[in-house]
Design a protein around this ligand. Structure first.
Ligand SMILES: *Cc1c(COP(=O)(O)O)cnc(C)c1O
Length: 836
């Protein structure tokens, strides 16, 4: 027992802190205290701050004076403290002192049901990475928006059509509190819109050791239209979107600084918040008394842009007049640059007055590094961004990738966790980097043990589905007898497929419905029946997506199908959690390459679920034939090809998936199936976890960016000034350069190369002259820098020697900006001169 002196003091404030911490997952293992306070409310909302908000302070004091309650809370607090005292991954890295803070900007965050400020995938990535950063001890402060209505809530009408509902988020019943300034008064900030000042309010949520700062405009001092800026996530017209992005980007950076933060790294989760790049530079200008160019040169070295869309149409773009209306004064008075220069940052061609202002281009032009979210998406993104780097080979387009991952403790079922705990005496496996120990653990359990976890999980899911369904029916006015039989045709031992996603056409949610009769035969097979759970919302403006949703309603309502396909209305984090924990197979059928990464399929892995998915996004790099199933041939096709994919999907279900599930040994265990589960768990769980993602971001991006930023700032921005000079110098004189000739001599096994150039006014120190050979059969791509040997008024000679291992004709010479000072080439300066 802990000595009394070390035991935590438990007060209502202690409870509040627990209720507000978004890093704590409440499961049947630890949620007794909320059940005790208000069991019904807890079960309905799973929102501890809401449960607390309904109880008067005195009642809480009385409750906590009860020995059993006191003990419960004490147990949770001690568990939290023990967790916090453990050395974190980040703190144990020798470079930990090189990074004091990362600012993470995202339009949405999916952390818990208690904080409904998310729509889907993007918020999931942000929320899961924020939690993982907390677990790993990476210091991140997140910035987002407090949406008064969140994303719309879905109800399905009797006609099978989606209806959109917009209940209000009550700030007093959410796990957030006003953000206070140093004197303890709530923070209020101003930002200027044309002719009117808008007030922003600051809020904060706690995520373990880190914080999420939130902004809203719902200040009574604002004109009503301004109060509605933070009303609906992804709601409103183009101008509304621009206003939201100004609030998030410019307001968000101001809020961070007002809260006393000076992060080295700014991580933009998608381009929505790209204006933060400008505001960060503006703030640096004001503090350091330097020009905008130098300020951007210094700060962009610390900016990371993560792009999330695989198609150009997915970028936010605004007409120039709209951007001018809101930012003309900001550009001229605050940044000290002509509006045209600001507009040029969002365009491919600076001078084209018809080109829209693209937030992804602004983000790229303000970044020290850019990354995509899966290997395939990296490839796709290099094509999309290649026009920003004219004449550069597409492989050199500066977009790398960090594949997304999910926060395991959020998505693994409490029951599976308990099983692992029993075996392992610790958390779930997979949280370290050591795959051997995971395989070790998997080797220690027999097929029965693993299969029982699945059987349990499927059972739990079906229980949830029945109650969700009964509630939906009741809300829609069904009769008692209808409610009573809700979900009664679901069977705990039948193969259960899950399919939940945004109903957008590119996700092809109706691929399975290409041949409804064939799907019906699969579902209603007399010996090997299959049941299917479907969920998902279509954006209120997406008519095509809504039509697909109605198609599913109609199919599910067919008398021969009734009860085997269940549509769960109002897809959200709670439904997702139950589904990914309980289904046997997760289906995903996007049109390649439109799914940048996708994360929902990753959530089933640790729960023993298997994936049957299009070779797109994360699955294109995860799939192997012994751990799941793949649709598609790994190529891109036009929509006419959908029928081929559908055929393959049906065949896989008929010939592989269903038989594998129902082929049992003497103990009724599908051994081949369980073998697949083992392979999938062993190979994929850790690799597609947010722990791995955040470690990768930290090592490959945050640390190098923080270091580069510090270097550029040091000594009165000396390096930023030098690099800005290099950029301006090269921009002004690049056109004066030309190749005179390149001479090759072979002596023995070596080539001697001499390149003669006319440099005009270009200083040789600012450029790199190099030979390049592309990748060819058996020969990898090569580059060989040449060194300056001779410089006079007429021409300049660069020289080099290389092994004569491939034909001279493979090589070509080129000039690019020198990276010696630390300039990121071609990200910061995409000039290039080819010999031919
Ligand atoms: C995981 C999750 C998503 C992301 O799903 P993808 O289809 O993989 O992009 C969306 N919404 C919810 C509620 C989720 O839990």
């Amino acid at each position: 027992m802990t000595p009394a002196s070390e035991r935590p003091v438990i007060t209502p404030e202690t409870l509040r802190q627990l209720a507000f911490d978004q890093s704590i997952r409440w499961t049947s293992q630890n949620d007794d205290i909320w059940q005790l306070i208000d069991d019904d409310l807890w079960k309905l909302t799973r929102n501890p701050s809401l449960v607390l908000s309904t109880v008067p302070e005195q009642a809480l004091v009385a409750l906590l004076s009860r020995a059993d309650c006191h003990r419960l809370v004490e147990g949770i607090v001690q568990a939290q403290e023990a967790k916090q005292e453990q050395p974190t991954w980040f703190a144990s890295q020798q470079y930990a002192t090189k990074l004091s803070r990362v600012a993470y900007f995202s339009m949405e965050y999916m952390l818990s049901e208690a904080l409904p400020i998310y729509s889907g995938g993007l918020g999931n990535v942000a929320g899961d990475q924020l939690k993982a950063a907390g677990d790993l001890g990476v210091p991140v402060t997140a910035v987002g928006m407090l949406w008064q209505h969140g994303y719309f809530r879905q109800s399905i009408g009797p006609d099978g059509r989606q209806q959109q509902l917009y209940p209000v988020n009550d700030t007093r019943q959410m796990p957030i509190e006003p953000l206070l300034d140093a004197s303890g008064t709530p923070l209020r900030l101003a930002i200027n819109f044309p002719g009117v000042q808008i007030w922003l309010r600051g809020w904060q949520a706690t995520v373990g050791p880190n914080r999420l700062l939130l902004l809203d405009t719902n200040d009574p001092a604002n004109p009503p239209v301004a109060r509605l800026i933070t009303s609906e996530l992804y709601g409103g017209d183009n101008e509304m979107r621009l206003r939201q992005e100004l609030v998030l980007g410019i307001g968000g950076w101001r809020l961070l600084e007002a809260a006393g933060m000076q992060p080295e790294v700014l991580h933009l989760n998608d381009g929505h918040a790209a204006f933060a790049v400008l505001e960060r530079a503006r703030s640096y200008m004001a503090r350091q008394a330097v020009s905008f160019e130098v300020a951007l040169g210094a700060t962009r070295a610390g900016n990371l842009f993560t792009t999330h869309t695989p198609v150009e149409a997915g970028f936010d773009r605004f007409p120039a007049e709209l951007v001018s209306k809101y930012l003309e004064r900001y550009a001229e008075y605050e940044l000290g640059i002509p509006l045209a220069d600001l507009l040029a940052m969002g365009r491919k061609h600076a001078q084209d007055p018809h080109e829209l202002f693209n937030m992804a281009y602004l983000a790229t032009r303000g970044a020290g590094a850019v990354n995509a979210v899966s290997q395939l998406h990296g490839h796709t993104s290099r094509y999309i961004f290649r026009e920003l780097y004219p004449r550069w080979p597409v492989e050199a387009v500066p977009v790398s990738h960090v594949t997304n991952g999910i926060h395991l403790p959020t998505w693994v079922s409490p029951d599976a966790e308990a099983h692992w705990y029993e075996l392992h005496g610790d958390e779930i496996p997979w949280r370290g980097t050591d795959r051997a120990s995971v395989d070790d653990l998997l080797a220690r359990v027999d097929d029965r043990w693993l299969w029982q976890i699945r059987e349990h999980a499927r059972n739990d899911l079906l229980r949830f589905v029945r109650s969700h369904l009964a509630r939906s029916l009741a809300v829609h006015g069904a009769s008692f007898s209808e409610i009573e039989v809700a979900g009664s045709r679901l069977h705990p031992e039948h193969l259960t497929l899950g399919f939940a996603r945004r109903f957008a056409t590119y996700k092809r949610p109706n691929l399975l419905l290409q041949d409804p009769e064939r799907l019906a035969r699969i579902l209603t097979h007399p010996n090997f029946p299959v049941q299917l759970l479907v969920a998902g919302k279509a954006h209120p403006a997406d008519r095509a997506g809504q039509a697909l949703l109605t198609e599913w309603q109609q199919f599910a309502a067919r008398p021969d199908i009734a009860g085997r396909v269940i549509f769960l209305e109002d897809y959200d984090m709670r439904i997702a959690r139950h589904m990914v924990q309980g289904v046997d197979v997760w289906l995903n059928t996007p049109r390649r390459p439109w799914e940048a990464s996708g994360t929902s399929g990753m959530k089933v892995l640790a729960n023993g679920g298997l994936n049957l998915s299009q070779l797109d996004g994360w699955w294109a790099e995860a799939y192997a034939d012994d751990l799941g199933w793949a649709v598609g041939d790994g190529l891109e096709h036009e929509p006419e090809h959908d029928a081929v994919d559908a055929e393959q999907l049906y065949r896989l279900l008929e010939v592989e998936v269903v038989p594998a599930f129902y082929t049992r040994d003497a103990q009724d265990i599908p051994t081949a199936w369980v073998q697949r589960m083992r392979r999938s768990m062993s190979a994929l769980v850790e690799r597609f976890s947010a722990d791995r993602t955040v470690r990768e971001y930290t090592e490959h991006h945050y640390l190098p960016l923080a270091t580069a930023y510090r270097q550029r700032c040091a000594d009165g921005s000396a390096l930023a000034i030098a690099i800005t000079r290099q950029i301006i110098h090269l921009r002004n004189h690049w056109h004066e350069m030309g190749f005179v000739d390149v001479r090759w001599d072979r002596s023995g096994e070596q080539y001697r190369v001499e390149a003669r150039l006319q440099l005009g006014h270009v200083e040789p120190a600012h450029i790199t002259v190099e030979l390049l050979a592309e990748h060819a059969d058996n020969c990898p791509a090569e580059t060989h820098p040449l060194t300056l040997t001779h410089y006079d008024g007429a021409f300049t000679v660069f020289h080099g020697q290389l092994p004569a291992s491939r034909p001279q004709a493979d090589y070509t010479a080129r000039v690019i900006p020198s990276a010696d000072l630390g300039l990121a080439v071609p990200l910061e300066l995409g000039l290039i001169l080819w010999q031919r």
